[in-house]
Design a protein around this ligand. Structure first.
Ligand code: NAP
Ligand code: ZN
Ligand code: ZN
Length: 347
């Protein structure tokens, strides 16, 4: 066992505290990663505050992990000491079901094992707000040269969560794609959709992020707080990906779909959506959801990002700033992802 410094929340809404956690010994197919940076995803906050349902405490959140491999098991073939590596939202799955065999570990029939608040070998899993992690090499990602570790960490969740639906629903030349909400997920989505060649529109609440949105590659920028925006955008998009984290009137966005268009929510507000039948019937519109992506697709996304010079736009913080950062994320006061410098985790 390895004793590792981490930060944990002892209960819903309770401030993070320095703790030590145990990481398993490096097994034959495991890699040990010295974590350099851990991104703060809004899902950490939903989970850590118990907004999605019962969870276990104390909880070490964090599933946007990037660092350097410092040990490998005797049977590891894909990683060497010194490699830059990452871990995303999953650390295991059954590896046998049709979904796992198809590279869709996120949809494992037996449920994937979450990087935190999961159960592996009978023990709760601890996430990335920590100094080191041990993971089977099948669930580790290679961080390509050319993406700095702090900019790579958020790609492990935010990057794949946008890449997967954009690719699945055919974002590319000739497709009018809207990204709703320009936070951690949304800003990466804008960069990726633009790199895929789509015509990209940011739909934010205000104009405050317009310059950034255009710099990230958006062709158009719309603010819903301005009178008439919803009406003007009716029937305008082939694909809308919503990253909204809080209760919202989804029908306002369904009306923006053109005929046969698809609205995909990756945002996961705890409150249910209200969907009038006629918002979908007219024009044969679709509403869908998407959950992160598989391990192979996550590697594909990282390679795509390296090829296109894409990393997350981050604000690096110390571990003592986690509580403040969570509040800022909830208030959409982040440009565009907080990333914890794990060198500051030791108490
Ligand atoms: P985030 O950084 O807080 O971004 C969310 C954005 O949503 C905000 O920047 C804001 O954009 C917009 N927003 C927030 N409240 C809103 C409201 N009341 N009405 C309209 N827009 C609002 O969060 P994130 O880390 O990107 O995560 C976004 C959501 O995706 C969370 O619910 C998270 O749990 C979920 N998630 C899902 C997956 C998946 O696999 N499906 C993976 C990761 C995260 P503007 O300021 O531009 O308006
Ligand atoms: Zn996440
Ligand atoms: Zn499976």
């Amino acid at each position: 066992m390895l004793t590792v410094n981490a930060r944990a929340t002892p209960g819903p809404g309770e401030p993070f505290e320095p703790v030590t956690i145990e990481r398993r010994d490096v097994g034959p197919t495991d890699v040990l990663i010295d974590i350099a940076y851990a991104g703060i995803c809004h899902s950490d906050i939903h989970t850590g505050r118990g907004e999605w349902g019962p969870v276990h405490y104390p909880m070490v959140t964090g599933h946007e992990i990037a660092g350097t491999v410092s040990a490998v098991g005797s049977e590891v073939t894909g990683f060497s000491v010194g490699d830059h590596a990452g871990v995303g939202c999953m650390v295991d799955s059954c590896r046998e079901c049709d979904m796992c065999l198809a590279g869709r570990e996120q949809d494992c029939r037996k449920g994937n094992v979450g990087t935190y608040d999961g159960v592996l070998d009978g023990k709760p899993t601890d996430g990335g707000y920590s100094e080191k992690i041990v993971v089977d090499e099948s669930f580790a990602l290679h961080v390509p040269d050319g993406i700095a570790l702090e900019e790579a960490a958020p790609l492990m969740c935010a990057g794949i969560t946008l890449y997967s639906p954009l690719k699945h629903w055919g974002a590319g030349p000739g497709k009018r794609v809207a990204i709703v909400g320009m936070g951690g997920l949304g800003h990466v989505g804008v960069k990726i959709a633009a790199a895929m060649g789509a015509e990209v529109t940011v739909i934010s609440r205000t104009r405050s992020k317009e310059e950034d949105g255009k710099a990230f590659g958006a062709d158009h920028y719309e603010a819903t707080s301005e009178e008439g925006t919803y009406k003007r955008l009716a029937n305008s998009f082939d694909l809308i990906v919503s990253t909204i984290s809080a209760a919202n009137e989804v029908v306002d966005y369904l009306k923006m779909l053109d005929v046969e268009g698809t609205f995909v929510t990756v945002g996961a507000p705890p409150e249910p959506f209200t969907v009038p039948a006629f918002a979908l019937i007219g024009g044969r519109r679709s509403m869908a959801g998407s959950n992160i992506g598989g391990i192979a697709e996550t590697q594909e996304m990282l390679d795509f990002c390296a090829e296109h010079g894409i990393g997350a736009t981050v604000q690096v913080i110390d571990a003592d700033q986690i509580d403040e950062a969570w509040d800022k994320v909830v208030g959409s006061d982040v440009r565009y992802r907080f990333v914890i410098d794990t060198a500051t985790i030791a108490a």
